[in-house]
Ligand binder design. Sequence first.
Ligand code: SF4
Length: 329
Amino acid sequence: MKHWQDIEQLVDQVITGQPPTHTQGVNILRSRGAEYTSYLAGAHHLKERAFGDIVQLCSIINAKSGRCQENCAFCAQSAHHQSSPPTYPLKSRDELIAGAQQAQDEGSHCYGIVTSGTQPEAGEEFDTILSAICEIRERFDVEPSASLGLLTDDLAQSLADAGCVTYHHNLETARSFFPKICTTHDYEEDVKTVKLAKAAGMKVCCGGILGLGESDEQRVELAETLRQLDVDSVPLNFLNPIQGTPLENHQSVSPMDCVRAITMFRYFLPNKPISICGGRETNLRELQSWIFMAGASGTMIGNYLTTSGRDRNVDMQMFADIEVKTDGC
Ligand code: SF4
């Protein structure tokens, strides 16, 4: 019972605004059995306290796919790898808007327009995205979001002015591990984009991918960085190894390691929406319904960028079975 009292103390500490120490974060990731169950109960309490039994759903459209000049080791869309992703230029304005309609019909609260590539360039493509965002903001109940790569001051401001509610830009992994994952741009450029999006008045959705070969300490390091950056919401992905990428033979994260990681992020980010996105089905398998108990407050539904999600009806049944409600907008 002493251990449970320690964890109650940690939960109280987190609620008063004091994050876990780095060591406490690592301890959560390495806990097992009844000890983990206690951490899990604490994470669930933190999630319920901030979000109740509402889960937020988001969905995305892969608006422009493939031929990216960056070399992110996990990504099927990098032109540096031997993968065979779908490759096409920016979808039309009508297709982007139709995607918003579908997202709304499926109950998502947020609809992300995602493009491959280092950064958007001012011009026809960017104008198409701005125009679609503007119309989505006016006509739909879903919040438009964009994930277009690195931003400049001007690009960020144009997106905000068009009505883009949220800018999505993942840090991918811990700063100390990033050079093993990407060498074509610097971690600081990603951090700068997060700051520029915030400064322009958008919310920032920023997380990473777990299972790239990072250590427990580096998973905690990522959580600490996201806390320091005060991002508005945190998407967590788990590697789904793609043939032809440098990580094609990486082992998946075990289901229990996934839930322990979600729990650890909840302790560091007690009031932030944490959404489970890519790799949910392949990594968590039978434990997918545990994500909300473990501290997540949302999930992506529908398809991911280059891989398929599971049938929406199966997810809806899962939400009903575990007695959580979904939040439209
Ligand atoms: S993650 Fe984004 S920036 Fe990196 S290779 Fe893939 S599309 Fe390009």
